[in-house]
Design a binder for this molecule. Structure first.
Ligand SMILES: [Cu+2]
Length: 472
C-alpha cells in the first residue's frame, strides 16, 4: 500500500530534481553502499540486434514472451519474464521498412505489446483491449514512417504491465534513417544502448515484487547487469540511455562532473547539441549523449552516478574504464535536426494529475481510467496545446504525461521556456509536484482509440490513464 510516509519520501527526491538547474554540477548526496553488492564486478552486456527473417517489404520477428532463468546477480539465478529468454534485447529498424512482430504469449498472464514512441496504427498499438491471452499469438505491424529515434517495446495490458516490465519485459527498438546516418556521429560498436532500471532481489536472486515498493529497489541494472563496468576506447561514444524502471528517476553525472554532449531525446535528435554535466532521465524517457573518452585518457575510470539515490543506497550506476587508444573519425555537428513546425494550436486542453489519498487512486481530471469511456476526441491533423498540471504539491508526487501516437513539443514549464535539452521532440514529459508544463501535439495519419497516461507505472495501474479517440 502506498503510505503517506512513502509518498513524502518520493516527494523529497522529486523536489531535489526540480531544484537542480540543468547544466550545473550537483554534489553527490551521501549514501551507504550495500556491502552485499560490490559495484563494477560484472562486465556490461552490449546486446547484439535480434536477427529478423527478411521478407519481401518488411522484417519479420517472432517474440515469445515467456519465463526464463537467467543470471543477473553473480552466483544466483533469477526467474524473469522475457522476450525470447533474454533481458534487454535490441531490435534495429530502418525508416521506410516496416517491422512485423509475431508475439507468442507463453506467460500465465495477458500481454499487450506497445511500441513506446511509435507512430503506430491503432490495431498494433497495444491498447489494453487488444491483449494477447496466455497461449495465444498476434501480429503487430510497425510502419516505421517516422524520424529516427530510440524507442522501446513494453507491455500495456492494464492489470499486469507494471509487473511484466519489472520482471524484464522491455526491449529497445532503435530506428535509424538516412538523415541521421549521414551525420558524422559515432556509429557501429561506438553507438551503445543502455537500459537503466532498478530492482529488489532476495538473497537467492529471486526478484521481489511490490507495486508500491519503488524506494526499496536498491539494485541498479544496466542492460540486466548490476552496476557493471564497460571497457571503452579513448574516443567518442554515442550512448542511448533508456529508463525502463517502473518509477525511478535518474539525475546522472559522469565522474566528478565531466562535460558530455546531449544530442537526442525521446523523438530523436535535438536541433543542436547541448554541452552539459548533468542529465535527467525519468521513467519511459530516452536521452542520448556523446561522451569523448579521449579527454580522459587510457587508465581513467569514470563512474556514471545517480546524484539523488533513495535513502540507504549508493548512487553508482556503472563505470567506464578507458582501456585502449582508438582512431576517431566521428564528430558532433553544430546543428543536428530541426524540429518540425506543428502550426498554430486550435484546441486547448488541461489535464490535472492527482493522487486521491482516500481511495489510493491516481486520477486525471478527477477520474480514474475507464476502458468504456472516451475522455477526449482530438481531430486528425489539428494542433492542440495541453497544459499538464501536477496537482500533488501537497504530497510531493511527480507525474508525467505520455500520449500515444505522436511526439510533441514542450512549449514551457511554469510559463518559462524549456531548457535546451527539452527543445527536441518528446513523447513523455515529467511535471514535478505542484508545477505545470504546456506541450503542443498534433495527431496525424491514424484514427481510432489511443491512450494517454502517466509513466509512473503504479500510478497508471491505480488509474492515471485516459482514452482518446482520434477522428477525421
Ligand atoms: Cu503519476
Amino acid at each position: 500500500m502506498l503510505t503517506r510516509r512513502k509518498v513524502l519520501r518520493v516527494g523529497a527526491t522529486a523536489a531535489a530534481l526540480a531544484a537542480a538547474p540543468a547544466g550545473l554540477v550537483v554534489g553527490s548526496r551521501s549514501g551507504t553502499a550495500r556491502a552485499a553488492e560490490s559495484p563494477f564486478t560484472t562486465p556490461l552486456k552490449v546486446p547484439a540486434p535480434l536477427r529478423p527473417v527478411r521478407l519481401a517489404g518488411h522484417d519479420f520477428y517472432r517474440l515469445t514472451t515467456r519465463e526464463a532463468d537467467v543470471t543477473l546477480l553473480p552466483g544466483t539465478t533469477t526467474r524473469i519474464r522475457s522476450f525470447n529468454g533474454a533481458m534487454s534485447p535490441l531490435i534495429v529498424a530502418r525508416r521506410g521498412r516496416p517491422v512485423v512482430i509475431e508475439q507468442v504469449n507463453r506467460l500465465s498472464v495477458p500481454f499487450s505489446m506497445h511500441l513506446h514512441g511509435g507512430h503506430t496504427p491503432q490495431r498494433s498499438d497495444g491498447h489494453p483491449m487488444n491483449q494477447v491471452k496466455p497461449g495465444e499469438s498476434r501480429l503487430f505491424r510497425y510502419p516505421n514512417e517516422q524520424r529516427a529515434a530510440t524507442l522501446w517495446l513494453h507491455d500495456h495490458s492494464h492489470e499486469d504491465h507494471a509487473e511484466n516490465i519489472y520482471r524484464g519485459l522491455a526491449a529497445t527498438y532503435l530506428l535509424t534513417d538516412d538523415f541521421e546516418e549521414q551525420l558524422p556521429l559515432p556509429k557501429g560498436r561506438y553507438d551503445v544502448t543502455l537500459q537503466l532500471r532498478d530492482a529488489k532481489f532476495q538473497g537467492d536472486g529471486r526478484l521481489d515484487w511490490d507495486l508500491h515498493g519503488f524506494d526499496e529497489r536498491h539494485t541498479i541494472l544496466v542492460n540486466g547487469r548490476p552496476r557493471p563496468y564497460f571497457e571503452v576506447a579513448a574516443r567518442k561514444y554515442r550512448l542511448r540511455l533508456v529508463n525502463t524502471a517502473n518509477e525511478r528517476p535518474f539525475l546522472l553525472q559522469l565522474g566528478d562532473g565531466e562535460e558530455f554532449t546531449h544530442i537526442a531525446t525521446d523523438g530523436g535528435l535535438l536541433p543542436e547539441p547541448v554541452p552539459t554535466r548533468v542529465l535527467q532521465l525519468w521513467p519511459g524517457e530516452r536521452q542520448e549523449i556523446v561522451v569523448d573518452f579521449s579527454r580522459h585518457g587510457v587508465g581513467r575510470k569514470l563512474v556514471l552516478s545517480n546524484t539523488y539515490p533513495y535513502e540507504g543506497e549508493s548512487g553508482e550506476v556503472m563505470r567506464f574504464d578507458v582501456v585502449r587508444e582508438a582512431s576517431d573519425p566521428s564528430r558532433v555537428p553544430g546543428k543536428l535536426r530541426p524540429v518540425p513546425d506543428l502550426g498554430t494550436s486550435a484546441v486547448e486542453r488541461e489535464f490535472t494529475m492527482s493522487f486521491d489519498a482516500k481511495t489510493g487512486q491516481h486520477l486525471i481530471n478527477g477520474r480514474p481510467f475507464d476502458m468504456h469511456r472516451v475522455d477526449i476526441r482530438p481531430r486528425l491533423g489539428v494542433a492542440e496545446t495541453w497544459k499538464i498540471v501536477n496537482g500533488d504539491g501537497e504530497y510531493g508526487i511527480p507525474h508525467s504525461m505520455h500520449p500515444h501516437l505522436d511526439a510533441f513539443k514542450v512549449l514551457d514549464r511554469n510559463g518559462k521556456p524549456p531548457a535546451p535539452g527539452e527543445a527536441g521532440l518528446k513523447d513523455t514529459v515529467t511535471v514535478p509536484a505542484g508545477e505545470y508544463a504546456r506541450i503542443q501535439v498534433r495527431f496525424t495519419e491514424h484514427t481510432g482509440l489511443y491512450m494517454y497516461h502517466c509513466h509512473m507505472l503504479s500510478h497508471v495501474q491505480m488509474g492515471m490513464m485516459g482514452q482518446m479517440e482520434i477522428t477525421r
